[in-house]
Each structure stands twice: as C-alpha cells, then as structure tokens.
Design a protein around this ligand. Sequence first.
Ligand code: PMP
Length: 390
Amino acid sequence: MQFLADYLEQVKAKNLYRQIVTYNPVSPARVQMGGQTYLMMASNNYLGLTHNPAVQQAAVDAIWLYGTGAGGARLTTGTFPLFEQLEQELATFKETEAALVFNTGYMANVGVISALAGPDDVIFSDELNHASIIDGCRLSRAQVAVYRHTDMEHLQGLLKDTACQGKRLIITDGVFSMDGDIAPLDTIAELAERYNAIIIVDDAHATGVIGPGGKGTAAHFGVKDRVQVQIGTLSKALGAEGGFVAGSWELIDYIKNKARSFIFSTALAPGAIAAALAALRELSSRPELVTKLNENAQHVRNLLKAGNMPVLDGITPIIPVMVEEADEAVWMTSELKKQGIIITAIRPPTVPVGTSRLRLTVTAAHERDELDAAVDAINMVVKQFRRTVR
Ligand code: PMP
C-alpha cells in the first residue's frame, strides 16, 4: 500500500499535513495540555454551554434514566421521550411546525439534500458552502450549478439560464464557516420566488449566533416564512452533539421516510439529547448570552482593525485573519501556541489555495481581558512575520 506513504509525503511537503491535538477542556475558554493552560480561540462553542451546570446535569440525569446508548435507529428500535421534547422545542425556537434530529449536522445536510433532490433536479449552491452540503449534492445525483460566493447576479443568471425538468433548490450556509460572512437570504428569497426554487439554509454557525435571540439567518433577515428548509447543528452554540432540520410537518414526515442518514444510523445517546435540550432552554431563556457573544465579536473585530490586521469584514464571531500561504498560517499558529493561545490555521483543501488564514472564534464565555490578550498576541505574531519575510 505504497499509496498511503506517498499521499502522506505529499501533504507534508505542501504543509497540509493534519494531526489531531489532544488536550483537556477545563472550561469553555480554557484547555490544558502538558501541564500548561491555553486560551481556546478556535472552538465553535459560541455560547460556552458545554460547561453550563444545568446542561451538564441534564446529560448526567438522562444517562441514569435512559442509559448510555440509544440501542438502535429510531424507526426500528423506537425512541426515548427526550427526543420528542427536543424536536418540539427546536420547532418552537425556529418558529416552524416541526423539526427532526440527526446524529450530526453533517448527516443532516447529506440526508436532507439527497432526500429532497434527485437526478432530474438542479441545485444552485454557493461556491463556499460547507463540505457536507457539497457531499449531499453529490449524493443526490442532481445537476449542481455553483454560483460565486454570495454573488446574487451570478445566482440569478444561473437560475435564468439553467434548464430544469424537475425541482430547483438553492442551498447556502447561513453564516459561512470559514469566512464568517452571512448569506444574503433576503435576496435569495426574492430570487427563489421569481424562479420557483426551494431554499435550504444551513445555520450550523448561525443558530444561537445571529438573528433575534439567536434564531438564525432567516430570522436575521425577517424571511423565516419564505425559507422552506432550515438545517442546524446541536454541536456548536448548543454545546452538545447532533444536527437537525426544521420546517413544515409534511417536510419533516417526508425526511423521516426518505433521508438515509436518518433511517440507517443508531440514534444519538440520551446524554447528548438531554444536553442539547437543556442548552436550547438556556438559549431561549437567556438572550443576553447572544448579546454578549456579539459584543465580544465586535470588540475583537474593532481591535484587530485598529491594529491594521488583514481581517475579513463581517459581524459574526468567526473572524478570519488572512495570511495567504499555508506555511505562514502554520507558523503563526505555532507562535501563538507558544504564547498560550490556540487559534487554528485553516488551509487548503478547506479553503481555496492562497487564502489560508487564522480562523479566530470568539465566544460568550471569553472575558474582555482574555480577548485583549489574544488580539495583542495576534498583532505581535503577524508583525513579527512581516518583519521576518521583509
Ligand atoms: N455545516 C457547516 C456550515 C459546518 O461548519 C459544519 C461543521 N463544521 C457542519 C455543517 C457539520 O455539523 P456537525 O459538526 O454537527 O456535523
């Protein structure tokens, strides 16, 4: 199996080799590794709910009550009542008729897209959509028309010019995972109505983050009744594990009967479902968490801009500091680690070649002095790099 070694050599030579780092998360904002504590600025735990006592206790209680595993897929083995409660409350939160939980956000995208689209259909997909959307499109065997990132004229041109015998679907991340910008869902809604298309929005990074009370992208633009399919994850702002789709009763019933990643996989464990439910209740009853998250994000964006850092514009807590080449990003990440800060280097194939970056994420659990220290360190490392290459 020489191809294994060849591939690994190749990615190492290009500075694209990936390794999993092991650490102990001691709080939403701090991790320990080799006896040292680091500030975590690379997590999608936007509201810090992973370490919320009510959320932790709910998971423990559910394990004692229902056990550690689900024992089978929901359609074959049945389910425990927490699932239905979570789905009802997700629907209430999203202001839809119904919702259905998947094992991950990845499986929700793959399952929903391949259930809704088939070989006669055309999917219009933003070029920076998440890998799970791309995989869902491939699995559907629909024709895929990729439009330039958030370019509504290009989308309109494709909608006008692409012949289609079946359905048209427009698919987009709500908040883009690597650029942190927001899909223009208001314009997408207008185009969808004009060209008779169904909208699917993936709010993995938008649920609990943008819109009133963290209700997501459709709520942010006030177009919730014009977006037919809202996907989300329980593993980012909700601090647990799993994914979901929210929409009409009929949509959810159809997905239950058609989405293979739902039908053929063992359901999530009680602890994960209970944690997600408790986290959703925290989010619904404490909108100040979302406010703090967004204030923290704005604070960091302002400081980075004041220091002339090459930051992509936006309002969300995903803040990309552009450094172009993969080796630069890797070097900066290791320098930041020496200073006690974890920020991930994002490189191809996750982002296009020449757009490597430090992807900094801010949470509601960070304190101002921690954020200030992180920005100081980034300023220093970026300036040090510029001096070194000059
Ligand atoms: N969609 C987007 C936009 C994401 O960024 C991610 C996770 N990185 C997912 C879906 C998948 O969600 P999960 O991690 O719950 O599988």
